[in-house]
Structures are given as structure tokens and as C-alpha cells.
Ligand binder design. Sequence first.
Ligand code: ATP
Ligand code: MG
Length: 430
Amino acid sequence: MTQLQSLRGMVDLLPQALQRWQAVEAEARAHFQRSGFGEIRTPLMEPTDLFCRGIGEATDVVGKEMYTFNDRGERSCTLRPEGTASVVRSALQHGLLTQGPQKLWYAGPMFRYERPQAGRQRQFHQIGVEWLGASNARSDVEVIALAWDFLASLGVGGLELQLNSLGSADDRKGYRTALVAWLEQIAEQLDEDSRARLSTNPLRILDSKNKATQALLESAPTLIDALSSESRTRFDLVQQGLTTLGIPFCLNPRLVRGLDYYCHTAFEITSDQLGAQATVCGGGRYDGLVSQLGGADTPAVGWALGLERLLLVLEAAAKADPVGRAAQVVTAPKPDAYLVNRGAQAEGAALALARALRSQGLTVELDSSGAAFGKQFKRADRCGARFALVLGDEEAGRGEVLIKPLLEKGDEATWAIDAISAMVDVLQSR
Ligand code: ATP
Ligand code: MG
């Protein structure tokens, strides 16, 4: 029988990798909590209509990338391709917005039928924040700072914050007409994808990955020039706010973001470590979405970052600086003690001792191989434990255990096997 495999683009997370994931998630959780964001968890599957209405039919995500199928009751269901539409749906469904603005964050798997490659999967994971009911430029700045500071707290370097303003819906309507007129003159020179977008989603052409198209676009009219004076003032305030906080950014007039619901501030944080899939985090303002999904007019701003890409960047940073912050984050914590044990009586006593120490919060690796002492000691060294606890039948017979420091200098010492709290003090002493 052939070995069953996971679906293409759907990746298993094994214990070693998961330890790094959990470290990043724990950092995120603490970071958001400090800023007053509460966690929200929404279902992985939603009615298809939510994304068609929320993201927009003309986007790549809805047009080409969704996992959509009918359930047994003939309802069209979709595995969520992103988190924002679901968060808004949930906030509306539970009347959260009647209680005032909501600061929410989420983490979890998303699904997009894309061509798998480094940093691009079909099931991938995002961490995101949504601030519903926030309208002023200061909230844009705070939300961007939240992303920037989170990445900085992980010790990730080589990041660039790219910023643009998409203006209001009216600004974009005027710009769209001007852009289409300009693009139509050079339509034959555009790549096939971009030509198809001319009638469906012309703004997305700006963010084409095709090199020839990119070169042509150098002289295209820019959105910045089409902004109304209110939109321009707003954009200035966002830039001033970032400058005041000392967060560096560069303006990218071609940054448009893939989803339809963005307006005004759009941003991406890219890394020089990721090659073609350079964007770690993307977001911006989406004032129209809540009303589009049936709620009252509610301004909002947020972002999402890709965890797989963040981990690639973190691992690169850890490699470049093995003692830096990123290395600390990705390095698995070492056990406090490795319990070397051999012999019928010793093995029983060892399990009881491991249990007692673990119940006091220590991490104890219990060797269960019954192998020769030398082999067990090698494993103790390899796992990086600070101490070896040694228990042979002789020690067990005397009701004792030997504690031997492995990483630091110091003498080995014998302890009564039931002197748990004294042993805990030794094992935790620094
Ligand atoms: P891209 O242009 O790379 O396709 P996007 O604009 O479609 O990105 P968003 O919808 O803004 O991405 O999602 C936010 C972040 O989620 C991205 O910046 C990226 O880090 C991550 N991401 C998006 N799609 C994938 C994927 N298929 N695999 C892994 N990560 C992804
Ligand atoms: Mg995409």
C-alpha cells in the first residue's frame, strides 16, 4: 500500500517546530494584552457569501484561491482565507459594536488554493489584529506600531515598513478612471494577468509581480496625486505620527493590497530574508467593511502577519546572531534535570521522583531505556539539561539520589530521595 501523504501545500507541524511557534504565539499574546486587545476565535469555515461580500468578487482570493464546497445540506461553505471578514461578522452577530469600539486579535490557520513554495502554503497561519470603531490617524499609527514593536520584540531585523494611502472611495473612483485610461494606451504591452484585470480590478495591476509590467508602471499616474486634500492631510498625520515614534518607513505609491476593503492607510512590512515572498505583515484601514457586511458605518483598521514567513525570518536572524534575541526565542528551553536510572528498584523510584519534581514545576527528562549508565549520561549531555540526577539500585536501596551539575562547575552531592523541596532549591538555583 502506498504511504498516505498530507494534501499539497498543507504542512504538519512537528514538536520541534511547534516549540518555536508557541514561543512566538506567547510573545504575541502578551504583547496584545498589554495594548488592550482581546483574543477572538471564529470558526474555520464560514458561509461563502461572507467572503464574496467582504473581500470582493474581483480579488484573487475570492476569484481563484478559496476552498469552497457544498455541505450535505447544500449550503455553500468556505474555509476562511483570511480573518478580518470573520471577525467583523462575529462582532456584528454578537452586538459587540453596540458596546463601543472593539480591539480584537486572532491567530489561526487560513486556507488559500495557491501554488505552494517557500513562504506560501495552502494552509498557512496568521496572527492579526482588528480595531473596530477607530477612526483617527492616531489609531492607524498605534496599530502599525503594534506590528512593528511585536516584530522588534522578537529580535527580527532587516524589516522595512512600506506605506501608502489609498484615499477615500471617491478618490479611488477618480483615480481608477485615470489609471484605466492610461493603461488602455499600453494594453498590448501588459502581461496577460494584468490585461485581464483592466476590466475587473485595475488597481491590482499596480502590484503586479511581472517585471516588464512593473517597468511600464514606473510612469503610471499615482494614487497619491489623486488624493483629496482631506485624504492627504490624514496621510500626513499618519506619517508624522510614525516619525514621532521613531518608526522608519518608506512611501510606496504602488502598494495597493490584495483585498478590496482597504481605504486610506495601507502598509506592508517586508523582510530582506524572504526572497519573492517578502511580505511578513500587511494591513491598513477598512472603513467600508462593517457596513458592507450589514452593520452601521464603522471605521476600522488592522493587519495580519504570516506566521510561516515570520518564522523563516526569525530563524535567519537566529542563525546570523546565535546569542541574540531571535536565537533566544527559537531555542527550545532545556530540561532542568535528566534522570539517569538503571535497575529494577531504581527504575520504580525514578518515576516517582520525576513525578514529584515535575509537580513542583521542574522540567525533568526521565530516561526510560534501561541502557548502560554511560549511554544515559551521553543523552543527558546531549539534551542540554543543567543537572543529571543519578539513581542506581545502590542509591535507591539507601533512599538517596545523586545530583551532578552538567553545565556549570560544582561538586556532585547526594540527597535523600524524599527531600523534594531541598532538591528543587538546588535544581532551580542560579
Ligand atoms: P501575497 O502578496 O504574498 O500573496 P497577500 O497580500 O495575499 O500576500 P494578505 O492577504 O495581506 O497577503 O495576508 C497577510 C500575510 O499573510 C501576508 O503578508 C503573508 O505573510 C501571509 N500569507 C498570505 N498568503 C499566504 C500563503 N499562501 N502562505 C503563507 N503565508 C501567507
Ligand atoms: Mg496572496
